[in-house]
Design a binder for this molecule. Structure first.
Ligand SMILES: [Zn+2]
Length: 425
């Protein structure tokens, strides 16, 4: 194993120091370190963060390897500063058995670019009719702790209650895609002034808020754990604020795109801006940013959703919802939050690692800690070129936008996955 000496680097925004990585761990932290056998990386001007952890990634394998594979998505993640991602279950076949979650977990180990933690489906085939083999997935080699039908809402309250009860036995979490399906039939974008003007069927904020309100009550009743995926409305923030104040064990995530882009993007009819839940209003963005700062929203999660060209470059009504996120998330966070490194580390690494139970991740670089970390150059501004992304898909909403920050290096257990801004393998 090669040793790495990173000199004059700011660890989570603190005064510059040196970091020595050896044998998979951070061996020493302090000024003026020397290690003759180590490869030296000049960290001047760079910020070291614990490797980012994504609670919400779609890797598309098995089934849609033309859009993404575990390997290509892992590489995109490493280039985005991630050392662990949670892979959503809406693959083909669905990850609703021990066999499929173990397959995804094994593919992640083989790629060895980030730790891939599979999320299991809540219901068989995501059909919302009967519970999947939650216990078998939890007991499998993949040790699944988070279950989600993401892409679909677990709409049946009785099924949701039973799922929450079931995972209590092993302190599991149900991650809900909150969307009351009867309220979003045929929906194409956020329901509001813009949808009225464009004549597109709207996805009302209340369809999300009603499910979150119901689910926090069910979670409170059962005494279980709930995670709310991609919170997108100001009303949802208020429901969560009240639930947390009562002590309900609920956590919540927001995506980079819901922190930055509004429903006015739909005026272009460019399907790259079609996403579920949809882009909302400027007032929602203001509320989401405030909730991220004050902790009502715990985590930034990408909802990285690669789609093949034929599923995305078509008429708005036929395009699949979803956008890429892994390679741009840190830049969006920096743009939205500014250089608030401790907050960024909290929302993008420490807290998601804790929610997912990923030991060894989300820990600030310190002697003896597994060397899962990323180096960021905050001074660089880069223009996003879709063709330069490592994802197999091209559906980034940030094409040709200039964003702050660049990932210079990422280390997974002491081995670089990214160096000089490029994937090592
Ligand atoms: Zn979703």
């Amino acid at each position: 194993m090669t040793a790495y000496l990173i000199t004059s680097v700011s660890v989570v925004g603190a005064a510059p120091t040196d970091l020595l990585i050896r044998d998979g761990v951070v061996a020493e932290v302090g000024p003026g370190l020397s290690a003759p056998d180590a490869t030296v990386i000049d960290g001047t001007g760079l910020v070291a963060l614990p490797g980012l952890v994504d609670l919400h990634t779609h890797l598309r394998e098995p089934g849609r390897e033309d859009a993404e594979t575990v390997e290509s998505g892992s590489r995109a993640a490493a280039l985005g500063g991630y050392t662990a991602v949670c892979a959503m279950a809406n693959t083909s076949p669905v990850a609703d058995t021990a066999g499929v979650v173990e397959q995804v977990w094994r593919l992640g180990r083989e790629a060895n670019l980030v730790d891939v933690q599979p999320i299991g489906a809540v219901t068989v085939g995501l059909a919302g009719e009967r519970l999947a083999e939650l216990g078998a997935m939890a007991d499998s080699a993949a040790r699944v702790r988070i279950f989600s039908d993401d892409g679909h809402c677990v709409a049946d309250p009785k099924l949701m209650r039973r799922a929450l009860e079931y995972v209590k036995a092993f302190d599991g979490i149900i991650a809900q895609h909150a969307e009351e399906p009867r309220l979003t039939e045929g929906a194409q974008m956020h329901e509001g002034e813009v949808s009225t003007r464009l004549g597109l069927i709207g996805w009302p904020a209340v369809a999300e808020e009603a499910i979150i309100a119901r689910d926090v009550l069910l979670t409170e009743h059962v005494g279980s754990r709930l995670h709310v995926c991609h919170v997108s409305t100001a009303g949802s923030v208020e429901v969560l604020r009240q639930a947390k104040a009562r002590g309900v064990r609920v956590t919540a995530e927001v995506t980079p795109h819901h922190l930055l882009l509004t429903d006015e993007r739909a005026e272009s009819y460019d399907p790259v801006f079609k996403v579920n839940p949809p882009l909302r209003t400027a007032a929602d963005i203001t509320a989401l940013r405030a909730a991220l700062a004050d902790g009502v929203i715990d985590v930034i999660a990408t909802d990285h959703a690669p789609h093949a060209v034929e599923d995305k470059e078509c008429e708005w009504a036929y395009a699949r919802p979803g956008m890429l996120g892994l390679e741009t998330a840190l830049s969006i966070a920096l743009d939205v939050l500014g250089p608030e490194w401790d907050l960024i580390a909290e929302r993008m690494s420490r807290t998601p690692a804790r929610i997912a139970g990923l030991t060894g991740h989300g820990v600030d670089p310190a002697p003896g800690v597994p060397a899962n970390l990323t180096l960021i150059d905050p001074a660089v501004r880069r223009t996003i070129e879709p063709t330069e992304l490592a994802s197999r898909s091209r559906n980034t909403p940030y094409a040709r936008m200039t964003l702050p920050g660049r990932i210079v290096a990422t280390f997974l257990r002491g081995e670089p996955t990214v160096l000089d801004g490029k994937a090592v393998k």
